[in-house]
Design a protein around this ligand. Structure first.
Ligand code: DGJ
Length: 374
């Protein structure tokens, strides 16, 4: 029976008579409905009714933002219509999102209370490399935008994380003068070296995602502490701010590229390690509460090229509408020599023995059969 389900799930469809896409082909050039290579890297998906909206970084040859965040729409996840620029970079040199800044990993959620679409993204200020480490937020009345830029900052200034002992809050500077990568440094890092350093200014926020729970509460999950530790923060009811409730996940764990999803009351997270644009082995975690504790489940990728996650880095996990318990891994195959040529690696996630598993398929399609094995 399991085999039958799997066979149905992986219907390898190729219809040469149709210009419509009927399957995913990870790593190939994916064209939009006008025949142009889709330009939506580090993306995320928001769905409303029967429509999916795919937001991503519009890249040129370099990864610097020259255009902004592009959005595509689709009703089947295979065929994507270009809906234009959802959040445009600014021509004003004084703007934080001026042309030449870095805008990465945009994620959009809808707020039921305000009726607004909210976009969060990783922002680096122009000519500062990755030093600013901010999160930015923009708002719109429509899923396709235009999104209006509101602000950016390092979050959680002047608030300690949950469960952060008083002894860690009070450590003296003298204790922190360790050399990088020594065991003493690692121990100090785990005990909050950078949390204390950035306490007043706010915590660093680089690779990020947002996750809306069943009760409507939203969370911002980002790489912080010089990318050494992920932070999970609750957003306010309008999704436009941080509530000051936040926690550290796997201190010193060196996780970035977080993607969160939920299945049967269990939260799952997929992340990568820290190797810049180069791929590495993904990691996976589960928890009974978004606040943790998070259990490490190892690399969810299986088979050939699992050690480099099929040459990709996670960006989002999509829960597919109407196909019960079907989760789709969305990853980027970066091309740092020519970013516009970065490719999309979308693959099914199966939950086996309470662990996510991702297998490679050259071509695959969704079916009404789900990907979950009991
Ligand atoms: C890896 C991150 O996941 C990407 O989003 C990007 O920030 C690169 N690092 C930059 O080196």
């Amino acid at each position: 029976m399991k085999l039958l389900c799997l066979l149905f799930f992986l219907i390898i469809v190729a219809d040469p008579c149709s210009s419509q896409n009927t399957f995913f082909e990870p790593g190939a050039i994916w064209k939009d409905t006008e025949g142009k290579h889709i330009n939506a890297h580090g993306g995320g998906i928001y769905s409303e009714g029967d429509t999916y909206y795919w937001y991503g970084e519009h890249k040129g040859q370099s990864s610097i933002a020259q255009v902004g965040v592009r959005v595509y729409s689709s009703s089947d996840l295979y065929n994507w219509k270009n809906e234009g620029i959802a959040l445009a970079v600014s021509n004003d040199l004084d703007s934080e999102i001026t042309k030449g800044s870095v805008i990465e990993r945009p994620k959009v959620i809808y707020n039921n209370k305000t009726g607004k679409y909210v976009m969060w993204f990783h922002l680096e200020l122009k000519n500062q490399g990755y030093a600013a480490a901010r999160t930015g937020v923009a708002i719109s009345d429509s899923p396709t935008g235009p999104f209006k830029y509101l602000k950016s900052y390092r979050p959680n200034a002047n608030v300690w994380p949950l469960n952060f002992p008083l002894s860690n809050q009070k450590r003296t500077k003298k204790n922190e003068l360790y050399e990088w990568w020594t065991p003493e440094w690692k121990a100090a890092l785990i005990e909050g070296l950078y949390v204390r350093r950035d306490f007043r200014e706010g915590q660093m926020s680089r690779d990020m995602t947002v996750f809306v729970d069943d009760d409507g509460k939203a969370y911002h999950i980002h790489s912080s502490e010089e990318n050494q530790t992920l932070h999970i923060s609750e957003l306010t009811d309008d999704y436009l701010d941080f509530t000051s409730r936040w926690t550290r996940m796997k201190p010193g764990g060196q996780n970035e590229a977080p993607a969160v999803f939920k299945h049967n009351d269990t939260y799952y997270m997929i992340t990568s390690g820290l190797t810049g644009w180069a791929p590495n082995a993904a990691r996976s975690f589960s928890a009974k509460s978004i606040w943790g504790p998070w259990k490490s489940l190892g690399n969810p990728a299986t088979g050939k090229l699992a050690q480099v996650t099929f040459n990709s880095q996670s960006t989002y996990v999509l829960t597919v509408n109407g196909v019960e318990d079907t989760f789709l891994y969305m990853g980027d195959r970066w091309n740092p020599k020519n970013h516009i040529d970065g490719r999309y690696i979308w693959l099914p996630i199966k939950i086996k023995n309470k662990k996510p598993e991702i297998e490679w398929f050259d071509k695959w399609a969704l079916s009404k059969y789900n990907s979950i094995q009991p």
